[in-house]
Design a protein around this ligand. Structure first.
Ligand SMILES: [Cu+2]
Length: 182
């Protein structure tokens, strides 16, 4: 009897262990190679350009902000942490995102702004896009400093419809606003 109880206890613990292992395996297979994860920290940062220092809203302290690198058919999860003073959203310019408008980003059209001290994770689905697009804040003047490039390479195993360039360089053009007192 005691032997049987020991045996059933052992098989129960083996079953629990097997379930835990299966759960871990299913979790790791859910994190696909096609998924990319970014953290965007929105915060005020001092920048000096044209001999003038301004405190401007930036992503991860850089201006322009970080470049997102994906392949056609990939998905990017971008967790935006708003450590600034104003509500803000991020728009993924030119990304069609079929049946996923909730991550498009226009403030008060598809979502409320991300309030200071809170965060929001965008699920950015790249379906047919290829080439270089950009992302930008979609809240009043914030887009003047909160923006960056999105580089979308062809799907794995395919190429652009032109010869491979010797080199690629991302250039982001932006404005630097200066307040001039009368
Ligand atoms: Cu736009």
């Amino acid at each position: 009897m005691k032997k049987m109880m020991m045996g059933s206890l052992l098989s129960q613990s083996q079953m629990v262990l097997t379930r835990v292992l299966l759960l871990l395996l299913s979790f790791t297979s859910m994190v696909r190679a096609k998924d990319h994860f970014y953290d965007f920290m929105l915060k005020e940062t001092n920048f000096t350009k044209l001999c003038i220092t301004n405190s401007v809203l930036t992503v991860n302290g850089s201006f322009p902000g970080p470049t997102i690198h994906v392949r056609k058919g990939n998905t990017a999860f971008v967790n935006v942490h708003n450590q600034g003073d104003y509500g803000v959203t991020i728009h993924w310019h030119g990304v069609k995102q079929p049946r996923n408008p909730w991550s498009d980003g226009p403030e008060y059209i598809t979502q409320c702004s991300i309030a200071p001290g809170t965060n929001f994770t965008y699920k950015v689905i790249f379906s047919t896009e290829e080439g270089t697009l950009w992302w930008h804040a979609h809240s009043d003047w914030t887009q003047s400093t909160v923006h960056g490039a999105i580089v979308i390479l062809p799907a794995e195993g395919t190429t652009y419809p032109f010869p491979q360039p010797d080199e690629e360089q991302v250039i982001v053009l932006g404005s630097w606003f200066v307040l001039i007192s009368p």
